[in-house]
Write a protein of this length. Structure first.
Length: 274
């Protein structure tokens, strides 16, 4: 899923409306309307840069005349305190947009940085690190963009763009065979399984991708051997930085990690007026 200008505008507009409300009382009282300033956006710790252009959009939404010169592009790894962008324009606009810009920037840098750690942990294997739908409401497009910047791969964008039959679906539909029949076949369908018997049933029904839910690395390895390339396999559930390598080395195709988005901390970013 591409990050579009419409995605950015929707998030920025909502965040600014939430923060500014009827007006920035402090800035209006202390900063003359004619005052101008220069400032730097900084990432204060090592990590992967993400969200610089979204932060720029915040300032330019407050005041289109604000100029933002991006110094470090998204996806770049930095080793320590780094200037990401130079901001220049009306001081009121810069100060009013500061917190929203930093909130978004810090959040996206955090997700990209955590994703990079997971992606590095599986380097040299065939496994790809996937995100999930465990995203902050309203921020999914931005957070999935951050996953990509960190070297991960997006799973489905939402309920509307792929069929993933999970445990509760199966309980209501009557099991794997009944669900596949109702869907008109298994090609292009992903089905969650919890046992090797279910893996075999999904395979027999021609399912294109099989999700291995909460299986140990040993169980995943057994599923890989059983399937023998006849379907794509995705390991999911309880995967951590400490265990992901053991899953990747089983030969599984994908490893989904909800923590990429719901477990990432925001990195320390700041705006310094010069």
């Amino acid at each position: 899923m591409d990050l579009t200008q419409a995605d950015i505008e929707r998030v920025v507009d909502a965040a600014l409306a939430e923060d500014i409300g009827t007006g920035d009382l402090t800035t209006a009282a202390l900063v003359p309307a004619s005052a101008r300033c220069r400032a730097q956006l900084l990432l204060e710790e090592p990590g992967v840069v993400c969200g610089v252009h979204v932060a720029a959009a915040v300032f330019q939404t407050v005041d289109p005349s604000v100029h933002v010169d991006v110094v470090v592009e998204d996806g770049t790894s930095v080793d320590g305190p780094t200037v990401l962008a130079e901001v220049a324009g009306h001081a009121r606009a810069v100060l009013t947009g500061e917190r929203v810009a930093l909130n978004v920037l810090g959040r996206l840098c955090g997700i990209a940085s955590l994703t990079r750690r997971y992606a590095d942990a599986v380097a040299g294997t065939n496994a790809k690190v996937l995100d999930t739908r465990k995203t902050t409401p309203g921020l999914r497009a931005l957070e999935k963009y951050a996953v990509r910047c960190g070297g991960g791969v997006n799973h489905r964008a939402g309920l509307y763009d792929a069929i993933l039959v999970k445990e509760n679906h199966l309980r209501i539909a009557g099991g794997i065979t009944a669900a596949v029949k109702a869907l008109g076949g298994g090609a292009g369908v992903e089905i969650e399984t919890e046992t090797l018997e279910q893996v075999q049933e999904a395979l027999d029904r021609g399912v294109g991708r099989i999700l291995l839910d909460n299986m140990s690395p040993q169980e995943v390895a057994a599923a890989v051997a059983l399937v023998a390339g006849r379907a794509q396999l995705e390991a999911s559930g309880g995967v951590s930085l400490e265990t992901i390598r053991s899953y990747a080395e089983t030969g599984v195709d994908f490893i989904s990690v909800g923590a990429l988005t719901h477990g990432a901390r925001s990195l320390h970013v700041s705006l310094e007026v010069l």
